[in-house]
Design a protein around this ligand. Structure first.
Ligand SMILES: *Cc1c(COP(=O)(O)O)cnc(C)c1O
Length: 382
């Protein structure tokens, strides 16, 4: 362990230098006019939004996107001048805070437009907004057939400034035809509303997976990058395989106890596993309260001494049992078990973890709990 982590029971390492290199490499793969919207919702996908945002500010992000007003307010604390876009719908009760923190809401309906216009007029200060268009996600956004009228309404309010227009892909990692159809609908709306070449207007559609099909021509001048900047490709076989990104995050737990039990012994709650041979078990100081879901019972794998060892029995709140019988050198208390990351040349990826947990990688990052201390490697990218 390069870090003095030997007192920690469960911890994650976040490599900020790697984060910086990832951003640089993603940028280099995209057209130079593109504005980089760093998506750091949900505590920067569990990596820790303060450290991540601070590094991304230095590394060349252009603006930030978060889920809600609380995340926006926290981010505002560390960077007063940065544009911050709120991706989710702002609740009526939260609208005053949009002004208080000087952040940019997403609007999807005439009701929101009118309410923000009214509030901005009353305060005597114009509010920038991004209009979201639903081109087939069926979640936020004004339905594409009605988008032109809402864009016109926004522009009719002197108290509002239309700073961005965007859409969101439903199947960017699974169905290129759906993505192409959504992109086509979006472009149609832009053209119809006369927005395609509006100077200063941020036009964005692509998340990490969408970037695969980012068109070099056309009006797009922004992309919203989440997962990819953390070094995880949104799906196997993406063209992004050519972009040199590496994982930023690793997840570890300490071996707290090692013991031998006789063949035929059932272990952990519910006795879901019975030892077939005399076995050595390592008891890890982390369980589902740390983000190792019970779905990994009898399914997960961890690295100890660089070897993959299976999780046996049910994962419990604070502890997880691992079979270490086959290790050439016995595990001892204090050893590191790696759940996500590299150990002595062996690697378990977040995709491996997610597959054993029946999760998607985004969800895994969000599920590793607060009890898991984040430790930052602060080396510069160079
Ligand atoms: C989370 C999110 C993104 C980023 O998605 P990734 O797949 O992590 O790149 C982009 N746009 C919106 C609207 C989002 O909610």
């Amino acid at each position: 362990m390069p870090l003095a982590a030997d007192k920690l029971r469960a911890w994650a390492e976040v490599d900020l230098g790697q984060l910086e290199r990832n951003l640089a490499n993603i940028r280099a793969a995209l057209p130079p006019h593109l504005r980089y919207v760093a998506v750091i919702k949900a505590d920067a996908y569990g990596h820790g939004s303060t450290a991540v945002a601070t590094r991304l500010m230095r590394a060349g992000a252009d603006l930030f996107a978060v889920a809600n007003i609380d995340e926006a307010a926290a981010l505002r604390e560390i960077g007063s001048g940065w544009p911050i876009l709120i991706l989710s719908a702002v609740l009526p009760s939260e609208r005053p805070e949009v002004f208080a923190h000087n952040v940019t809401p997403t609007v999807s309906s005439a009701e929101e437009v009118r309410a923000f216009a009214e509030e901005a007029r009353a305060r005597g200060h114009a509010l920038g907004v991004h209009l979201k268009i639903d081109t087939g996600m069926g979640r936020l956004g004004i339905w594409h057939g009605e988008a032109g009228a809402l864009a016109a309404e926004i522009r009719s309010h002197k108290s509002l400034r239309l700073e961005g227009v965007y859409t969101h892909f439903a199947c960017a990692d699974s169905d290129a035809a759906v993505t192409a159809e959504q992109r086509g609908r979006f472009l149609h709306c832009l053209n119809e509303a006369g927005l395609a070449r509006t100077p200063g207007l941020l036009i964005h559609a692509d998340n990490s997976a969408g970037i695969d099909s980012f068109p070099r021509g056309g009006p797009f001048n922004g992309a919203r990058v989440g997962l990819l900047q953390f070094g995880v490709r949104p799906y196997a076989g993406s063209f992004l395989a050519d972009v040199a990104v590496e994982p930023v995050f690793s997840f570890h737990a300490r071996v707290a106890l090692v013991k031998s039990l006789p063949a035929g012994t059932p272990v952990s709650y519910g006795h879901t596993h019975t030892l077939r041979r005399t076995s050595r078990l390592a008891i890890l100081a982390a369980g589902y309260a740390d983000g190792i879901p019970t779905r990994m019972s009898n399914r997960g794998r961890v690295l100890i001494h660089g070897y993959e060892c299976p999780v046996v029995g049910r994962v419990t709140m604070d502890q997880t049992l691992v079979d270490v019988t086959d290790l050439p050198r016995s595990a001892v208390p204090g050893d590191t078990a790696t759940l996500i990351g590299v150990q002595e040349g062996a690697r378990l990826t977040v995709e491996d973890f997610a597959a054993a947990a029946d999760q998607i990688p985004w969800e895994t990052f969000c599920s590793i709990s607060k009890r898991v201390r984040r430790i930052y490697r602060i080396d510069s990218a160079l």
